[in-house]
Design a protein around this ligand. Structure first.
Ligand code: TRH
Length: 393
């Protein structure tokens, strides 16, 4: 039998936005809550963390939240004893002094490189591979999140589906939720859409078509990159949380950024969600509602390969006409070419709205399919235990 590792250190460097901290915090708190693992989470930007989790004190060097010890990852890190498991999340590089301390530990810690999520085929080939350190007696293992059983899976908390289903069945809970955001319970005949996106050349075209269309729409937009563009479209100098703008059949509600768990509720409460990056994208899939994804832009358009790979998986279960529509509209939203043209989101939007009943059924089937898979934290714990067992003999 192997001895359980003392504690786990998870390192998160916020490159930009909120996805890096969203992904790592979610995992850290799940490991603590569901596996009683002592987790120490190192975060270099507590300010970004506080944006999505207001309980965070962005001035504290050390704090405890939800049974996770949160440490500010300052530079230099200072001397400290590495835990039995080290997770280097999302391409953050560990300080050399810390790697040296890991090499001097006996036994050396299990070292995991937790990568970004992708639906691309190569992911399953890399998942679990060892990468020995060129000089030190350390091996780092690739752990690849993904959509198939050959990958590390997706972060899905044990409470997720029950909480979602209770909320989606409970109209009073939804009314209370809208009220907590300062919104009246929206009329059931209006389509409720959330929008979380980067700046986009296609945004004006989307707003145009929504305003001119026959379907009354409430667009909920948490403060962020799209808001200045939306304000400009309404000829407003700027927009604040609490503002509502109206034109034609479109009503836009600007929201303060929600806490991580309220953001889940927003996704569950809306009929359709525009999401981006990694974490909001996955949470929108779990929401069992149709979604439109804007991938995080990468050099040489690598994000378009990620987009195509996900579309192959997601569209496989759709009738050809709907599959074609999802592909065309997502591509239009991501390519931002030809704004106002015939393959632009504005042109495809009316067809999308007509297809909503079928797309909604598919979104539920997809979420059910994902719920049937082993989640990332379980896979990670199993993977690490296996490594430790193999070292014990
Ligand atoms: O914010 P993102 O664009 O983040 C990232 C980072 O840019 C990262 O560097 C990049 O590599 C990655 O994308 C792919 O999008 P994402 O991943 O959806 O993260 C947003 C987080 O913010 C997510 O955890 C949900 C959370 N959130 C809230 O908590 N409240 C809100 O109101 C909103 C809109 C989001």
């Amino acid at each position: 039998m192997h001895k359980p590792p003392s504690h786990w250190d998870i390192f998160c460097s916020v490159i930009d936005n909120y996805g890096d901290i969203g992904v790592t915090w979610r995992l850290a708190r799940q490991l603590a809550a569901e596996y009683a693992i002592a987790v120490r989470l190192w975060v270099d930007d507590l300010h970004a963390f506080r944006h999505i989790y207001p309980a965070v004190d962005d001035t504290a060097a050390t704090q405890w939240i939800d049974a996770v010890e949160i440490r500010h990852w300052a530079t230099p890190l200072g001397r400290m004893e590495p835990g039995g498991v080290i997770i280097e999340a999302l391409g953050c590089n560990l300080p050399d002094s810390f790697i040296l301390a890991m090499a001097n530990q006996s036994p050396t810690p299990v070292w995991i490189n937790l990568e970004y999520l992708s639906a691309e085929n190569w992911v399953s080939g890399v998942h679990g591979l060892p990468s020995p350190h060129p000089r030190l007696p350390l091996t780092k293992y690739f752990f690849m999140p993904g959509y198939t059983p050959e990958t590390g899976g997706l972060t899905q908390e044990k409470w997720l589906y029950q909480r979602r289903d209770v909320f989606q069945r409970d109209t009073q809970a939804q009314t209370r939720f809208w009220a907590s955001l300062g919104l009246p319970d929206t009329d059931a005949r209006r389509l409720r859409i959330s929008l979380f996106s980067y700046e986009s050349a296609s945004l004006a075209s989307l707003l145009d078509t929504c305003a001119k269309g026959n379907t009354p729409i409430d667009l909920m937009v948490p403060l962020g990159k799209a808001v200045p563009q939306i304000a400009a479209w309404f000829n407003a100098a700027d927009a604040q949380a609490g503002d509502t703008f109206r034109r034609g059949n479109l009503q836009v509600h600007v929201l303060a950024m929600l806490s991580l768990d309220d953001y889940d509720r927003l996704l569950w409460a809306c009929d359709l969600n525009f999401v981006r990056g990694e974490d909001s994208f996955v949470r929108a899939q779990f929401a069992a509602r149709p979604l439109i994804w804007q991938a995080y832009r990468q050099e040489e358009s690598a994000h378009l390969d990620k987009l195509a790979a996900f579309l192959d998986l997601y569209c496989a279960g759709l009738p050809p006409a709907d599959a074609g529509l999802v592909r065309d509209l997502w591509q239009a939203w991501n390519r931002e070419e030809d704004p106002g043209g015939e393959k632009d989101i504005g042109a495809l939007w009316p067809v999308w709205l007509e297809a909503m009943p079928g797309l909604s059924r598919h979104a539920r089937d997809w979420a059910t399919h994902l719920a049937g898979q082993t989640d990332l934290a379980s896979n990670l714990v199993k993977f690490i235990n296996k490594l430790l067992e193999s070292r014990a003999f």
